[in-house]
Design a protein around this ligand. Structure first.
Ligand code: NAP
Ligand code: ZN
Length: 339
């Protein structure tokens, strides 16, 4: 019997361990993937640290997956063995429950699975995915380097195209990390007047080379005032991992501006006067559906948007995860797994 290998989290807070398992057969509506690469995301901490109650263990994390279909479930139509696909956080949708019929398939009541959290993900040589969770991958994109587009990419791409700003508007990308370095590229290519904001000047040159038209060092001055001096931001895409840093910039919104909260920072305090005086809003955003992933991949290919990655082997998942959590990776960490 053929086997697969996976780096599993044995229990909440446990260290990764290699497991060899029987190669799973796809269910009726599933496909089996041979995984080429899987990105390592901050949000994997939900699985590794056990931040959500009721998760089953052992669990295989990983929601930035690129692979090749190597087996089809009996009811799967429209997909072929050998096709290259991406799978993100979105675990699939049924299409007929109340939320799906309303157009919110991310909240599907039937499948309701988050890849790498409530179902096994891509830190493995093989993985099962619901057919509705698959995104088609443009041939021209590198299958390994592109893995982060399935979470860091889709999240910033989708937040930007849903933030209410129009081409020419001032949009701030707060944080020049894994998400931020892609967010800058997307914002500039989506036509926004793009300002990158980070502490210190270390990443200024890089931010400008990625397309930022301006740069604000949030350590030397008040970043909110700096944005107001530029006319006020139509949107701030807040990818930082610090609530204090997010709070400090929220006063930089212009009239009808929106703070798009992307970073998972827990409690966040915002000055009500900053909001009501500007009719401004604070809005959370998570990644998107398989269709959004497909849009992200295609937009990235058309506009030469690329993730900067540090590569690790599957067996090095613990080191890769630790490196990502250190905040020192430049910029995303990717497990290179198969061909
Ligand atoms: N909403 C979603 O769907 C979604 C999807 C994916 C990820 N996320 C979340 O997005 C966040 C960012 O992920 P990432 O991979 O981009 O992380 P990352 O690569 O570690 O980048 C973190 C950024 O936050 C900045 N930062 C950290 N601590 C700070 C502080 N005390 N003051 C000011 N700035 C600070 C860092 O600045 P330096 O460069 O100075 O270190 C860096 O720019 C995480 O919370 C992750 O869980 C959300
Ligand atoms: Zn993620």
């Amino acid at each position: 019997m053929a086997k697969m290998r996976a780096m599993v989290v044995p229990n909440p807070g446990g260290r990764f361990r290699m497991e060899e398992r029987e190669l799973p057969e796809p269910g009726r509506h599933e496909v089996r993937l041979r995984v080429a690469a899987c990105g390592v995301c901050h949000s994997d901490a939900i699985t590794v640290e056990g931040h959500m109650p009721g998760l089953g263990y052992p669990r295989i994390p990983g929601h930035e997956v690129i692979g090749v279909i190597d087996a089809l479930g009996s009811s799967v139509e429209g997909w072929q063995v050998g096709e290259r696909v991406g799978v993100g956080w979105f675990g699939g949708s049924c299409g007929y429950c109340r939320n799906c019929r309303r157009g919110d398939s991310f909240a599907c009541e039937t499948i309701h699975g988050a890849t790498g959290v409530t179902r096994d993900g891509g830190y493995a040589t093989h993985m099962l995915a619901h057919a509705s969770a698959l995104a088609r991958m443009p041939e021209a994109l590198d299958p390994v380097a592109s893995a982060p587009l399935l979470c860091a990419g889709i999240t910033t791409f989708n937040a930007l195209r849903n933030c209410g700003a129009a081409p020419g508007d001032l949009v701030a990308i707060h944080g020049v990390g894994g998400l931020g370095h892609l967010g800058i590229q997307f914002a500039a290519r989506q036509g926004f007047r793009t300002v990158a904001v980070n502490r210190g000047r270390d990443k200024e040159e890089l931010a400008r080379s990625l397309g930022a038209h301006a740069y604000i060092d949030s350590q030397t001055g008040d970043p909110a005032q700096a944005l107001q001096a530029m006319g006020g931001a139509k949107a701030i895409i807040a990818t930082v991992t610090s609530a204090e840093a997010m709070q400090a910039i929220s006063g930089g919104l212009g009239v009808n501006g929106t703070l798009m909260v992307i970073g998972a920072v827990g409690g966040l305090t915002v000055n009500s006067l900053d909001l009501l005086g500007k009719r401004a809003a604070v809005r959370g955003w998570y990644s998107g559906t398989a269709a959004d992933s497909e849009d992200t991949l295609r937009f990235s290919q058309l506009n030469a948007i690329a993730s900067m990655n540090e590569m690790f082997a599957l067996e090095q998942a613990q080191a890769a995860y630790d490196r990502m959590m250190s905040g020192k990776a430049r910029f995303r960490v990717v497990l290179k797994i198969g061909a």
